[in-house]
Ligand binder design. Structure first.
Ligand SMILES: Nc1nc2c(ncn2[C@@H]2O[C@H](COP(=O)(O)OP(=O)(O)OP(=O)(O)O)[C@@H](O)[C@H]2O)c(=O)[nH]1
Ligand SMILES: [Mg+2]
Length: 224
């Protein structure tokens, strides 16, 4: 048991060191880096496709997308014209998160010097990605309305470390007994100051506010 805990501590410490190096690299490239996380299927790729269509070509964007298997998401994202690198972790033992070292390789392959915004779509998982700093500027967590209002309380770390939260697929609310106010209240119990946007890639509700937030972050960070 002790040994297991020590190994986990060492893994996280090694990742922290790599994340610190990434921060130096990203700073030298002068771009904003966003890490998007959620359970599988909360709508990360769909929302990203909508978002990219509105921000490009004015903002130069690259995407790193992580999955255990398949390049399905890379294919969907590339259809928007965005430069994408897919990471499949089944080649590295099937990890359920992206770590700082993997991100560094993919970021160099993308060529961050020519980007204003790097978006990382992390592997669908509400637990492990929250533990692995990748040297990003901000973390966005998506919670979709089919997942249950209690998820922020059951998986608090993700909502503690998040910079913003998106309550997603709100177009489905009329058909569900999901209590959106309670879900937001539960997020705020975990992190009182957490900004929450309500979004839907289907009805487009809330997309403007989220995209404005993202555009503003890029401007603040890069001065462009
Ligand atoms: N009703 C509704 N469905 C959505 C919305 N966004 C995504 N979906 C659907 O939800 C399913 C999963 O969407 P994805 O975008 O693949 O979700 P993801 O978070 O990228 O999934 P993973 O990468 O596998 O973790 C798809 O069938 C989408 O069409 C939305 O805003 N409203
Ligand atoms: Mg996806």
């Amino acid at each position: 048991m002790h040994m297991e805990i020590d190994i986990q501590k060492n893994v996280l410490a090694a990742n922290e060191a790599d994340a610190a190096k990434n921060r130096v690299y990203f700073k030298s490239c002068n771009l904003f880096v966003l890490n998007m996380m959620s359970s599988p299927g909360s709508g990360k790729t769909t929302l990203l496709c909508e978002t990219l269509a509105q921000l490009m070509p004015e903002i130069r964007i690259g995407v790193i997308v992580g999955d255990i298997c398949t390049d399905n998401d890379a294919n969907r994202l590339e259809a928007t014209g965005v430069k994408t690198v897919q990471i499949n972790t089944d080649q590295f033992g099937g990890d359920c998160h992206l770590d700082a070292h993997l991100i560094r390789h993919a970021a160099e392959e993308l060529g961050c010097e020519d980007l204003d915004l790097l978006i990382v779509e992390n592997i669908g998982n509400l637990v492990c990605p929250a533990e692995f700093d990748i040297g990003e500027d901000a973390k966005a967590v998506l919670l979709s309305v089919t997942e249950g209002e209690d998820k922020p309380l059951k998986y608090p770390l993700m909502f503690q470390v998040a910079t913003i939260a998106l309550l997603n697929k709100v177009d489905l609310l009329p058909y569900l007994d999901f209590d959106a106010d309670l879900a937001v209240e539960n997020m705020k119990k975990v992190q009182p100051a957490l900004p929450v946007f309500k979004t839907s890639a289907k009805s487009k509700e809330g997309l403007d506010a989220w995209i404005d937030w993202l555009r503003q972050q890029v401007m603040i960070k890069t001065g462009r």
